[in-house]
Ligand binder design. Structure first.
Ligand code: HEC
Length: 340
């Protein structure tokens, strides 16, 4: 019992469902070990006192063979402890190994300079947010060396190896902020330490909604740039004039281009919208009609944001803007243009 009271102070507060399956066997083994140490030390002490050499002439009796009962007893005790460890620990081990069906998936990327947590909607955060009472499944990989992900309060620890996928899951039972870190030394300068924030489910939804809205805290053009990076445009379009699979986005807005079928198009808001939703309707001369249509994937507001951002990349962005009073959010975009 002293052992238990003592442990309560040095095990971190249990804040996940699987903590029980870890703490139970751990405490059991801890008590057994404490008992064994006390017993062995006590026996040694008692024997030293009882059988000490009392006078100079005393001669000890020669040691005989131990009674077979002793051997049997020790073997049984040790085997019993091993069986206890297996029986007490196995259910918790199984539970931790198999994530429940429908667990909330969060991607984890570990790097020497920190963790990236990617939520199903595409939002990336440097702290891990979860909802109380909802199992969360982490799928983890490392971009450089071996790291680990450890949340003591959740009793989660998993090594993360480069080039491999590691998984772990847990279900928080308390809403609070907990320590999350790598407890594997990742080399010079690697100090991976951040936080796990567990929210009440409604607060979590609210948090996710807020951070997933790319338009909060960003100008329209900044949201456009984020979409360019996130939606894969980057793979085919550069911003510095270099030609990839598609034309560069530098100096596109407000300029005129010949199309494959001999027409000329002016890149304005309407044409950009058409190019994104149905790119193969008019194909720029010199390019193949290979762009994926984004119809159904990007909404009006997203396209507006991309358009605003394309304006900042064009020397005619400001001029075209005047001709197109329809578009909103351009003051920021226009200002950015003038700053450059
Ligand atoms: C698979 C490669 C690929 C991806 C991904 C891609 N594009 Fe394109 N894009 C092209 C090609 C090729 C063209 C030129 C042919 C054409 O007009 O369809 C083009 C043309 C365009 C044009 C017209 C440019 C002009 O000079 O007239 C716009 C605007 C455009 N893309 C926007 C986007 C945006 C925004 C995204 C991301 C949401 C995107 N593209 C993703 C390949 C791609």
């Amino acid at each position: 019992m002293i052992g238990l009271a003592f442990m309560a102070t040095w095990l971190p507060a249990a804040a996940s469902r699987q903590a029980e399956g870890v703490d139970g066997p751990f405490q059991g083994l801890y008590v057994a070990a404490a008992f064994a140490v006390a017993f062995a030390a006590g026996l040694a002490l008692a024997y030293v006192m009882l059988f000490r050499r009392r006078d100079e002439s005393a001669r000890g009796a020669p040691a005989g063979r131990p009674h077979p009962l002793y051997l049997g007893l020790w073997t049984l005790l040790a085997a019993g402890l091993a069986v206890y460890a297996l029986v007490a620990g196995f259910p918790g081990f199984l539970d931790q190994t198999v994530p429940p069906y429908g667990a909330y998936p969060v991607g984890v990327t570990a790097r020497n300079d920190g963790f990236d947590f990617t939520y199903p909607g595409g939002h990336v955060a440097d702290t891990l947010h979860v909802a109380v009472g909802k199992p969360v499944q982490l799928t983890m990989t490392s971009e450089d060396v071996i790291h680990g992900l450890s949340v003591p309060a959740m009793r989660v620890h998993q090594a993360i190896l480069p080039g491999r996928q590691a998984t772990a899951w847990f279900e928080a039972t308390l809403a609070d902020t907990f320590d999350l870190r790598s407890n594997i030394h990742g080399g010079e300068g690697a100090a991976l330490r951040t936080a796990l924030v567990s929210h009440q489910p409604a607060d979590f939804d609210e948090w996710l909604r807020r951070v997933s809205d790319i338009f909060t805290g960003r100008t329209l053009a900044e949201a456009g740039e984020l979409l360019y990076n996130r939606e894969g445009c980057k793979a085919c379009h550069t911003t510095d004039g270099t030609r990839l699979v598609g034309p560069s986005f530098k100096d596109v807005y407000g300029f005129e281009f010949p199309t494959r079928d001999g027409k000329t198009v002016l890149v304005d808001d309407a044409y950009i919208k058409e190019s994104i939703l149905t790119p193969n309707v008019s194909v720029v001369a010199g390019y193949e009609p290979v762009m994926t249509p984004y119809e159904g994937k990007l909404g009006d507001k997203e396209i507006e944001a991309i358009t605003a951002w394309l304006k900042t990349l064009s020397s005619k962005g400001g001029a075209a803007e005047e001709a197109e009073p329809e578009a909103e959010g351009d003051p920021a975009a226009g200002d950015g243009q003038e700053d450059k």
